[in-house]
Every structure is written in structure tokens, then in C-alpha cells.
Design a binder for this molecule. Structure first.
Ligand code: PEP
Ligand code: MG
Length: 578
């Protein structure tokens, strides 16, 4: 076992094995007073100039990498932008503070309102401003340019990197992986890592506290995992995958626009599960045919409070327009259970997964539901927007939710506000709903199976408890039998599966064999799922699924799938250690 395992966000496909090189976290600037204010302004002017020259050099060295050049051009513009520089000069002149402090304050003042925006464009600009600030601070401190040790294969660990730094060091031949504490899968640094094909894990909180420069490390940009001090077996396995994965991933991405059909020609619709608007671009480049599940509760989990109605309308519109003409299924806030905003417990109960969660919780907080439903109805004209209710247990729940939507539509009508009632569907993730699915199907426009919860409730195994992780297997014959019943019971109504079972390459043959033709999976899993689908022959899978439902237990099912599908899928399974 490795000494430490750190989980983060997979940001750039690939696996790297090497020695860590840790860039220390930048300290906060001290507030100090300067006696010669004009000399301090001059010092800052010089740092800005040096910073600009560094970006220009990085850009010139990267001819042909158009994506990277664009990012660097944006940074150059900001460096030349009078707003940032002038505000900092003014602060120095008026308050007599040091340039570092002036830069930090100016960056905070400029980026805070951008960061708070619901529009992705503005949040990204906040990140740009922060990067320029950090870049300037490095030059002010005289730290100079970041240089990697040249003697060996290096995995870079840093709190964050500016695009200029990233563009320069990612292109160095000795760099074989990157781990950042900051960032998201769509941050600029992640984009640069992908463009320059460096395996990367971002959002790896606390990574700098757990690694020392010179440690042997594995960075797994496929699973978003970092191993510090791997054992011999882990290192060997990582080495093997590192070599194979680059060619594999490139091949998959090249095929993303090709039709998604099984070997015998049955088309399968594969959409993306999203949590944040930042993921849209990745969903598109990874070949998603729409969004099958947008977990809107992340709007609250991220900020601690729901955006107001206007901000929600803007966000739902933006996502829908970006994915148009493909559909986007927004799921009503699924709060409760393990999904609660930090520091804001909306509910307390002995067993949160079985207590006030989702629609049950919103019944007690109608203002939260009302704001969201009104926003969704107002945004519905932006494209193929659809609305899905979580944790529906039966007809009463469904009818109540639909009546609430009707009531919001009437309100908007009487207020003269433009709106549309979109297609309405519900999750099938409570066994009670699964057992009566035909009745739900008769009263909905679409259904989507949430296997994460369906497995937990069917097998009485908490999805958040690692002690029962083995028990909570989607391959359990009881789960498979229920999934088969759902597929038959829902006939005539659009049915999809958005639980993680759909992205498990070992479970996917069974999902298809049980009759599911529409899937929605995590963005990072898209290329793999598309490829699994293309390798399978549906004709054989129905028989396989029937046998699996009859098997003794999950282990027997796994063995059966390995035996029957090893031929087309063995190589793919090995790539992801399934
Ligand atoms: C599920 O339960 O399978 C699902 C997709 O919803 P969540 O994981 O958000 O509970
Ligand atoms: Mg669920």
C-alpha cells in the first residue's frame, strides 16, 4: 500500500510515475509601509514589465499550440490592462503600502464580484485576474521563473500555477505529471495540461502537506488519484498503464464524433452527468449527446445558499443554450442525505438517507422549491430543457411535485412572465418506485434510474460507508432483477440510467442486456463508455443479463461477465483496472 493516497479531480488523461517536485505555497503579502512611494510604484511597473516579457517568451516558444496561445494572449491583455495596474499604483500612492500588498488587495477587489457571478464567463475572468496577481507577486518577490530539476522525471506539486508558468513548465520534457491543490477540470491550467498532454490531478486539497520533494509518486489523471510512496506492485501497475494510456485515450477521442452504436447496429444515447457549469465544455468535447442529469444541488453545496431566481434563470439558460439542440435534464435540488451545504444543516435525523431528503425536504422548504421551479419554467424556452424530480417513492409524491409545477406556472401566467412547462420526469431510485414503475411511467414524460441510491436502498448498504462498499454492488442479482423489471415496466416511456452503474465497464454489458438504450455518465467516463458500447454485440447481452439475474451472488455475476465479454472488453477493462 502507498504511504498516502490523495483524491482530486482528474484533469488530464494519463498516468505518470516519477519524483515529486514541490513548489511551496506562496505566503500572504505583509502589509508594510514604504517611505518612497514613487520608487515603489516604479518597482511594480518593472515587475509588470518582466511578467509580460515572460508570457511573451512562453507564447513564442509554443507556436502551433493555438489553445495555449489564446490563454496566454488573454493573460497578456490583463497584464497590460490599466485597471489592475492603475488601481495598485493608486493604492501605493494614497496609502504608502508596499507593492505586494497593493497587488493582493487590487486583485481581491477586482475578482470578488466576478467570482460571485453565476455566469461561467465571469468566474473564469476572476481566475484570470488571480493568476495575473500571483504571477506579479512572483516577479515582485524576485523569485524569478519556476525551474524544474532536469535530472529526472518530475511530478510537479503546487498550490496553483499561472497559465504562463504552466505553459512553460508543462512543455518541459522532464515533466510527467502535475498535481495542483487549486483548480477544476476546466480551469486554464487543466486546459493547458490537456493541450500539452501532461497527466494532471487538480483540486487535490492538502496535497502539499502530505508530500515531500523527492518522494516517489504516481499521478493518475484518469481516476483523479495521487499515490505517494507507492509499493512495488502499485508502481509496476502504474508504469504499465502510463505507457498504454496515452495512445488509448487519443484513439478514443478521435472517435468521439462517430455514431454510438453497438456492433450489431443498435444506437445508444450517451449523455453527461454534470454538477457544475464548468463541466459543459468537457462534456461537449468528450462526445456527450446532451446532459442526462444536472445535479442542481451543487449550486447550493458550492455556495452555501441558493442563488436567487434571476441568477438561476441565467444559469439554466446558459447551460441549455450551450448544449442546444441536445437536451439538458435539470434535477430538482436533491438535498439531504449526505448532500448538505457546509455549515448549513437543513435537516437533522438519525438516518439522513432515509429521512428528510430531496422532495421530502423541499416540502418543508417550499420557498426553495418555488424559486427553482419558477426559474426552470422561465428558462425553458432556451432549448430542450427538461425537469426531473429526485427520490420519488410513489404516485402521491409525483402528483404533488407536478401540481407544484402547475401552481408555479399559474403564478407566472398571472404575473405575465414568459415561461413554458417543460417535459417532466422522475428518478427511479427508491425500490418502491421501481416496483410500481409502470404507474409512474403513465404519468411522466421520462424516467431515469439512479442506481447509486437504488443499490443502497435495495441492499440496505449505505453508499457513503466504506465498511459496506463490498455489499453495495450493482452486480448483485437482486439489483439486476429490479433493473430488468423497471425496463419492462417503463416500456413506452423514455427511460434512461444516470447512476454510476452506467459508467462501470464491467456492469455496462448487463445494463444494455437488461434493455437500457439511453445512459448518462460522469464526464470523465464518456470516452470509455462510448468505446465499450461500440465493442459489444447486443444480441448476446440479453441472454447474459438473464443468466446474471439467476446467478448466486455479485461475485458469480462478475465472473460470468468476465467470461462472456472478456473477448471484446478485456483490453478496455485492463486500461481502467476494472
Ligand atoms: C443515483 O442515485 O444514482 C443518482 C444518479 O443520483 P445521486 O448520485 O445524485 O444521488
Ligand atoms: Mg440518487
Amino acid at each position: 500500500m502507498s504511504r498516502e493516497t490523495i483524491l482530486g479531480i482528474p484533469a488530464s488523461l494519463g498516468v505518470g510515475v516519477g519524483r515529486s517536485f514541490v513548489v511551496p505555497r506562496p505566503g500572504r503579502a505583509l502589509r508594510r509601509h514604504v517611505s518612497d512611494r514613487e520608487a515603489e510604484v516604479e518597482r511594480l511597473r518593472k515587475a509588470i514589465e518582466e511578467g509580460r516579457e515572460e508570457i511573451e517568451r512562453a507564447r513564442d516558444a509554443l507556436v502551433g499550440e493555438s489553445e495555449v496561445s489564446l490563454v496566454l494572449d488573454a493573460q497578456l491583455l490583463l497584464h497590460s490592462d490599466a485597471m489592475l495596474a492603475d488601481a495598485a499604483y493608486q493604492l501605493i500612492r494614497e496609502s504608502g503600502v508596499g507593492a505586494e500588498w497593493a497587488v493582493e488587495q487590487t486583485v481581491e477587489t477586482l475578482s470578488a464580484p466576478l467570482r460571485a457571478s453565476t455566469a461561467r464567463y465571469f468566474r473564469e475572468r476572476a481566475e484570470d485576474v488571480a493568476h495575473v496577481g500571483r504571477h506579479l507577486l512572483r516577479h515582485l518577490r524576485g523569485d524569478g521563473e519556476l525551474t524544474l530539476p532536469t535530472s529526472r522525471e518530475v511530478v510537479l506539486f503546487a498550490a496553483d500555477l499561472s497559465p504562463a508558468e504552466a505553459a512553460r513548465v508543462f512543455a518541459e520534457s522532464g515533466l510527467i505529471g502535475v498535481v495542483l491543490e487549486a483548480g477544476s477540470a476546466t480551469s486554464h491550467t487543466a486546459l493547458l495540461a490537456r493541450a500539452l498532454e501532461v497527466p494532471a490531478v487538480v483540486g487535490a486539497r492538502g496535497a502539499l502537506d502530505r508530500v515531500l520533494s523527492g518522494d516517489e509518486v504516481v499521478v493518475d489523471g484518469i481516476r483523479g488519484r495521487v499515490l505517494i510512496g507507492p509499493d512495488e506492485e502499485e508502481r509496476q501497475s502504474a508504469d504499465d498503464r502510463a505507457g498504454r494510456y496515452r495512445a488509448f485515450a487519443r484513439g478514443l477521442l478521435e472517435r468521439r464524433a462517430e455514431p454510438v452504436a453497438t456492433k450489431d447496429g443498435v444506437e445508444i444515447t450517451v449523455r453527461a452527468n454534470l454538477e457544475l457549469p464548468e463541466e459543459i465544455e468537457l462534456a461537449q468535447t468528450h462526445g456527450a449527446r446532451g446532459v442526462g442529469l444536472y445535479r442542481t444541488e451543487f449550486l447550493l453545496l458550492h455556495r452555501g445558499a441558493a442563488p436567487d431566481e434571476g441568477a438561476q434563470v441565467a444559469l439554466y439558460r446558459e447551460v441549455t443554450e450551450e448544449m442546444a439542440p441536445a437536451p439538458v435534464v435539470f434535477r430538482i435540488f436533491d438535498l439531504g442525505g449526505d448532500k448538505l451545504p457546509p455549515g448549513q444543516r437543513l435537516t437533522r435525523g438519525p438516518n439522513p438517507a432515509m429521512g428528510l431528503r430531496a422532495m421530502r425536504l423541499l416540502r418543508r422548504r417550499p420557498e426553495l422549491l418555488r424559486t427553482q421551479v419558477r426559474a426552470l419554467l422561465r428558462a425553458a424556452s432556451a432549448g430542450d430543457l427538461r425537469v426531473m424530480f429526485p427520490m420519488i417513492a410513489g404516485l402521491a409524491d409525483l402528483r404533488e411535485a407536478k401540481a407544484f409545477v402547475r401552481q408555479c406556472a399559474d403564478e407566472l401566467e398571472s404575473e405575465g412572465v414568459e415561461h413554458r412547462v417543460p417535459p417532466l420526469g422522475c428518478m427511479v431510485e427508491v425500490p418502491a418506485a421501481a416496483l410500481r414503475v409502470s404507474r409512474l411511467a403513465a404519468e411522466t414524460d421520462f424516467l431515469s434510474v439512479g442506481t447509486n441510491d437504488l443499490v443502497q436502498y435495495t441492499l440496505a448498504a449505505d453508499r457513503t460507508d466504506p465498511e459496506v462498499a463490498e455489499v453495495a454492488s450493482p452486480l448483485d442479482p437482486a439489483v439486476l432483477t429490479l433493473l430488468g423489471q423497471i425496463a419492462r415496466g417503463a416500456e413506452g416511456t423514455a427511460l434512461s440510467m444516470c447512476g454510476d452503474m452506467a459508467s462501470d465497464p464491467l456492469a455496462l454489458p448487463l445494463v444494455l442486456g437488461l434493455g437500457y438504450r439511453s445512459l448518462s455518465v460522469a464526464v470523465g467516463s464518456l470516452p470509455l463508455v462510448l468505446e465499450v458500447v461500440r465493442q459489444l454485440d447486443l444480441g448476446e447481452l440479453e441472454k447474459l443479463a438473464a443468466e446474471a439475474c439467476d446467478a448466486d451472488d455479485a461475485q458469480a455475476v462478475a465472473a460470468l461477465v468476465r467470461e462472456r465479454c472478456g473477448e471484446p472488453l478485456g483490453q478496455l477493462w485492463r486500461e481502467v483496472d476494472a
